[in-house]
Design a protein around this ligand. Structure first.
Ligand SMILES: [Zn+2]
Length: 326
């Protein structure tokens, strides 16, 4: 009498929602927003269809468009008016992100997250202060401890402007502790911290670099971001960040690193975030434009996979499109 156990009994339309193990809701999603100090009008980002850089004056309108889809959280990235060696527009009181955060938190009910990094603000494009000889010897690249202070200053300036959460993405050792202490010293004990705990040196970030103008002028980021070959190291990074006070631990990118999302879910009792990055977005759009894939179905399945692997929240360029349908 084989088979006696029949999983297909639970695949009828009536019962399948009852036994579904994962779900995706608009409230799981965070939408990236790019604010650009170099433009007076919205500029479409070619490699990320549907996304634009917006001037500060349009930031509130942009966030309201997102909120109408049911997505309540945004993460802000800035394109500054000028760049320099230490990324000083990242922590300026009147920096592009600070001005946008001030307006968005005053005029909307969105949950506002500030991305804390220096690479969009430095003229060399690295995530911190670089050694003088870095150009000839790329292994030197970013000076870790000198960078900590600037990251802390950036986070505090965003919190001063009204950010609900800051998200350090520089992969500088000790950044979570430095930022947490600086926030607390400035009276921002209530501002949450989401660390990019396991951020890989990934080729999937290509379209973001078009959006935020952040490609390094020389060398690459493999001396501070993680080697895609490493899985155990992600646990070590996440453990350090948890000990230093991260409230949420993030894995970036998402789909190529589902094993890492799953590991972090098992090992830690904190919320886990996954960043469904620009390349993951662009490749589905490119295939859909060729008629090779159904965009909405593959986007939904991608994000559901991140939830199934253990992510509680997902930063994604699909937030608006899917939020509308969820
Ligand atoms: Zn960076």
């Amino acid at each position: 009498m084989y088979p006696t156990d029949r999983p297909r009994r639970l695949r009828t339309d009536g019962v399948s929602p009852l036994v579904s193990e994962s779900s995706l809701a608009a409230s799981d999603l965070v939408a990236p927003v790019f604010v650009d100090a170099t433009t007076d009008e919205r500029v479409p980002i070619e490699s990320m269809p549907g996304h634009e850089r917006v001037p500060v004056d349009e930031a509130v309108a942009r966030v309201e468009e997102i909120r109408r889809t049911g997505v309540e959280a945004v993460i802000l990235f800035g394109i500054p008016e000028t760049k320099d060696a230490t990324g000083s527009r990242a922590y300026a009181e009147d920096g592009v992100v600070q001005r946008a955060i001030r307006r968005i938190s005053a005029e909307t009910d969105a949950y506002v997250i500030g991305d804390v990094c220096l690479c969009e603000y430095t003229d060399h494009g690295h995530c911190g202060v670089v050694e003088e000889s870095a150009e000839s010897d790329p292994t030197l690249t970013v000076k870790n401890d000198e960078t900590l202070e600037l990251l802390a200053e950036t986070a505090v300036s965003q919190a001063d402007a009204g950010a609900d959460m800051v998200a350090p993405s520089a992969m500088t050792d000790g950044q979570v502790r430095a930022i947490r202490e600086a926030l607390d010293d400035a009276g921002h004990e209530g501002v949450a911290l989401m660390s990019y705990a396991a951020k890989y040196e990934s080729a999937f970030y290509g379209p973001f670099r078009d959006a935020a103008d952040g490609a390094p002028a020389f060398g690459d980021r493999r001396h501070y971001q993680m080697d895609p070959a490493n899985r155990r190291e992600a646990l070590r990074e996440a453990r350090l960040d948890a000990e230093e006070g991260a409230d949420v631990l993030m894995v970036k990118p998402g789909l190529p690193y589902l094993d890492v999302v799953s590991d972090l879910r098992r090992e830690f009792d904190r919320p886990i975030a996954a960043y469904n990055v620009s390349g993951e977005y662009a490749m589905l759009h490119a295939a859909a434009e060729n008629g090779w894939l159904d965009l909405e179905a593959t986007a939904h399945e991608s994000l559901l996979s991140l939830k199934r692997a253990g992510a509680d929240l997902i930063v994604t360029y699909f937030a608006e499109d899917l939020g509308d349908r969820l």
